[in-house]
Design a binder for this molecule. Structure first.
Ligand code: ADP
Ligand code: ASP
Ligand code: MG
Length: 457
């Protein structure tokens, strides 16, 4: 059994979905389970309409929902042909009526809670999985839609709910194994789940990869395939640097580090259930299915090059907390981190001096409230439009002179924070967001020109 996960761009329109059908058909003898994301950009659009409704702007919310309805109807119409689409139209119609009802309710109350936001966001995967399942059937593949909310059981931390593995594994096995035994292809939406009480949740943006890994781990998959719109994990984001090259094999640890620091090709959590169960993960390109992609393995082969890849995470804010009075008194850091915890703002990079601490966070709307809270302890400043650059490679801690080589290339660049050594495999620093293209281009040229053919394509 294998799990095949198709991201938003791989189900973006009828052409993309047709490609998915033929890719899956080629692997039917391996008993696949298909996990799909919402069609490209749909989750963003759903969240925009939810926010519009939350601010009482019912008209905008319903207008956006109409556009989404059109797109899904058109896609399904193109894929299914008239006769089948007439039947299926009704199924989609019911979903959209429910969505509109919800948007009207939210705008009547004028408040969007994380719980209702999840309910709206979940429509993306519900709709795409319906269309993909119907298309598979229309092409003569015995397929069945499985509602992920019946199988993925989570806590109630809405918008980033954590799976309850015991319950989830039981339900996944009892729901999916009989289908596999009968050679029926299960098609599920990623990203969504439900609490024990059946309330819809989502497991974090980009979470369909995680769903695929959860499913793969529960059923003991031989392999998890993450199908996306690039040839695999590359030496850097190919949209940022056209010289990016494909990495043939990368270790779980390195992939996790890259994902965490912005290589959104793979969700960081994906690798965890896979690692624990020793399941290989492969990143593949649905636009170029013959390409071998990237193999994510427990241990990567030795690589001649210092670094495997450069990841970049934009939209970062630096929070500077300075407390001359405290002179880093006992308990100062604890108090600071407690404030971040209270506002549920995760921290990425930290650097400290005797009387101050700088931390980076994803830019978001909680920062002003967090800063006000921190201001009770110390002087606080925050500044957005920063980016984290992360170089990942094996054993960096053991090799002398790495920072000198990296920063030697960037002698004219303003570096705001530096972190190395927290893990053996990354060197991370923070720069102005505007400097990203130039910095990545320069580092890529120096460190990725002469590549080890065992590791890179
Ligand atoms: P999907 O819709 O398949 O989940 P994502 O948009 O989440 O796709 O991830 C794929 C994108 O990740 C690529 O289009 C690419 O721009 C971006 N990306 C960032 N860093 C990397 C990297 N190192 N290698 C490959 N892709 C990367
Ligand atoms: N559709 C969700 C998102 O856009 C999940 C995913 O694509 O993995 O975040
Ligand atoms: Mg993704």
């Amino acid at each position: 059994m294998i799990v095949m996960k198709f991201g938003g761009t791989s189900v973006a329109d009828s052409q993309a979905i047709s490609r998915v059908v033929s890719i899956v058909r080629d692997r039917l003898d391996q008993d696949p389970i298909v996990v799909v994301s919402a069609m490209a950009k749909v989750t963003d659009q759903l969240l925009t309409m939810a926010r519009a409704a939350g601010s009482g702007d019912r008209k905008t919310a319903l207008r956006l929902s109409r556009a989404l309805r059109e797109r899904h109807y058109n896609t399904a119409g193109e894929l299914l042909g008239t006769a089948l689409f007439t039947q299926f139209h009704n199924d989609l119609g019911i979903e959209f009526e429910t969505l509109d009802e919800l948007l009207r309710g939210i705008s009547a109350v004028g408040e969007l809670t994380p719980r209702t936001s999840d309910y709206v966001a979940a429509f993306g995967e519900t709709l795409s999985s319906r269309i993909v399942a119907a298309t598979m059937s229309a092409h003569g593949i015995a397929a069945q839609l499985v509602d992920s909310r019946e199988c993925i059981v989570t806590d109630s931390t809405h918008t980033r709910a954590a799976p309850l593995f015991e319950e989830t594994n039981d339900r996944l096995r009892s729901r999916l194994q009989p289908l596999l035994d009968a050679h029926i292809l299960p098609v599920m939406g990623g990203f969504i789940g439900a609490t024990k009480a059946g309330i819809t949740t989502t497991i974090g943006r980009g979470g369909s990869d995680f769903s695929a890994a959860i499913v793969g781990a529960a059923l003991g998959a031989q392999r998890i395939e993450i199908w996306t719109d690039v040839d695999g994990m590359m030496t850097t984001d190919p949209n940022l640097c056209s010289d990016a090259r494909r990495i043939k094999v990368i270790s779980f640890d390195e992939a996790a580090e890259l994902a965490y620091f912005g290589a959104k090709v793979l969700h960081p959590a994906t690798v965890l259930p896979a690692i624990h169960n020793n399941i290989p993960v492969q990143v593949l390109n649905s636009h170029n299915p013959d390409c071998e992609g990237t193999q994510i393995a427990a241990r990567a082969p030795h690589c001649r090059n210092l670094f495997k890849a450069i990841a970049v995470k934009k939209r970062i804010t630096i929070v500077d907390v300075a407390a001359p009075r405290m002179l880093l008194a006992h308990g100062f850091l604890k108090a600071i981190f407690e404030a971040f915890d209270r506002h549920r703002v995760p921290v990425d990079v930290v650097s400290t001096s005797e009387v101050s601490v700088s931390l980076t966070v994803d830019s978001n709307e909680s920062i002003p409230a967090l800063a006000a809270d921190l201001a009770k302890l110390a002087d606080v400043k925050y500044e957005g439009r920063k980016a984290i650059v992360c170089l990942v490679g094996e054993n960096l801690r053991e090799i002398p002179g790495i920072p000198a080589r990296v920063f030697g290339e960037l002698s004219d660049v303003k570096i705001r924070m530096i972190s190395q050594g927290a893990s053996e495999i990354n060197l991370t620093f923070v720069i102005e967001e505007d400097a990203v293209p130039e910095v990545v281009r320069r580092l890529h040229k120096v460190f990725f020109s002469d590549l080890d053919p065992e590791v890179f394509a």
